[in-house]
Design a protein around this ligand. Structure first.
Ligand code: TYD
Length: 133
């Protein structure tokens, strides 16, 4: 079972001047190589996303715009984390259940993933997750 403390908030370096801010994700910021990027947008505020764990995929979740809450669960304990800064990335290792809700208007949820999309490595049933991990 993964310790809940293996879930980390990563600081994404930024360059700020009077023209605005620019954040950079380079190799040393992430604990894995990015294989895929996807993002959630136009999300209704009462939407519930996630509701799964991964056998193989590690991810970093970033609130590129707006805010939302991520519930993380290692099968023993749960934590709820508000993401609302584009310079903060929530690193989630394998075998962690995650749920995302409470989306603000205009929220964009960026996900950097360590694997290509493969439905077979998803665990979408909470009881299966609990039994196995
Ligand atoms: P889903 O895993 O339910 O999204 P979330 O975890 O954000 O709630 O995925 C929604 C749909 O999109 C589902 O049919 C699978 C598909 N999908 C892809 O085709 N490729 C991808 O990279 C992802 C993440 C999802």
């Amino acid at each position: 079972m993964h310790n809940i403390s293996s879930i980390k908030l990563l600081n994404i370096p930024k360059v700020h001047d009077e023209r605005g801010s620019l954040a950079v994700i380079e190799k040393e910021v992430l604990p894995f190589d990015i294989k895929r990027i996807y993002y959630l947008y136009d999300v209704p505020s009462d939407s519930y996303r996630g509701g799964h764990a991964h056998r193989e995929q590690e991810s970093v979740i970033i609130a590129l715009s707006g805010s939302f809450e991520v519930t993380i669960d290692n099968g023993e304990c749960r934590e709820r984390i508000m993401l609302n800064k584009p310079t903060q990335g929530l690193y989630i290792p394998t075998h962690i259940w995650r749920e995302i809700d409470n989306f603000s208007s205009g929220a964009v949820c960026l996900v950097l993933a360590s694997t290509e999309y493969n439905e077979d490595e998803y665990i979408r049933d909470y009881n299966t997750f609990k039994i196995n991990f």
